[in-house]
Design a protein around this ligand. Structure first.
Ligand SMILES: C[S@@+](CC[C@H](N)C(=O)[O-])C[C@H]1O[C@@H](n2cnc3c(N)ncnc32)[C@H](O)[C@@H]1O
Length: 223
């Protein structure tokens, strides 16, 4: 079901026109032109209200960020935060991550962040999880060998599912943490959900998944 937009949402989106990419497919292969430099591009899928991507863009002025979010009422808040911070290294596009191959050439983006993705708890909903094979195949079509997906969540079941999904789809995992906030990881930028769930005392799970390459060298072991 599509959520009805809040009053004024369209007008607020237009106020952010300089950082809002309305037709991202037209930029396929040409995103560097938008940023006016050749810095690496990292994307966040499901950026929510934007605390993470805005925080990362502030901390990393030599990286370009693109935040993808399918709900307009939410992405508008993220864009307003970026404008307030006067950032020049972050752009936003309201779309479904399913279409990622339509908007990026392979190698055009070098890292994907997935933060607190919707868990879709029921087994029959598994295909909607952003770490399901259906999505990993799409990410693989735009990443190069050695590129990373950084994933964090409060949801243990989604984390377990994702560990298996990444392993089955030719990703190698490293820096796995079962309690990020009590680990020695430095430089963590918190998302809105992360603040909420860690504030309730819940552990945060995190991993880094490196794509091992286009040539899928898995072998079926049926024994
Ligand atoms: C649980 S919220 C987490 C928001 C934020 N990342 C955080 O950690 O606070 C998940 C967000 O992902 C967005 N989302 C879910 N599936 C998506 C998809 N296929 N494409 C784009 N955005 C998606 C939702 O609209 C929602 O805003």
């Amino acid at each position: 079901m599509r959520m009805r937009k809040k009053k004024n949402c369209s007008a607020r989106m237009e106020q952010c026109a300089d950082i809002w990419i309305k037709e991202p497919e037209k930029l396929k292969g040409r995103w560097a032109e938008c940023f006016g430099n050749g810095n690496n591009i990292h994307i966040e899928i499901g950026c929510g209200k934007g605390d993470f991507v805005v925080g990362m863009a502030k901390l990393n002025p030599d990286v370009n960020f693109i935040a993808i979010e399918k709900v307009e009422d939410v992405i508008v808040m993220a864009m307003e935060k970026a404008k307030e911070a006067e950032l020049t290294n972050v752009l936003f596009t309201d779309m479904d991550a399913e279409k990622i191959e339509d908007i990026f050439e392979r190698g055009e983006i070098r890292r994907i962040y997935l933060n607190f993705s919707d868990p879709w708890k029921k087994k029959k909903q598994a295909k909607r999880r952003l770490t399901h094979k259906r999505f990993l195949d799409r990410y693989k079509a735009v990443l190069l060998q050695g590129d990373y997906i950084y994933f964090k969540t409060d949801n243990k079941a989604l984390f377990d599912f994702s560990l298996n999904s990444f392993a089955e789809e030719n990703f190698k995992m490293s820096n796995i943490s079962l309690d990020l906030h009590n680990s020695d990881f430095e430089g963590n930028v918190m998302t809105e959900y992360e603040k909420r769930f860690s504030g309730m005392g819940m552990p945060i799970y995190r991993l880094e998944a490196t794509y091992l390459g286009w040539e899928d060298n898995r072998e079926e072991n049926t024994k």
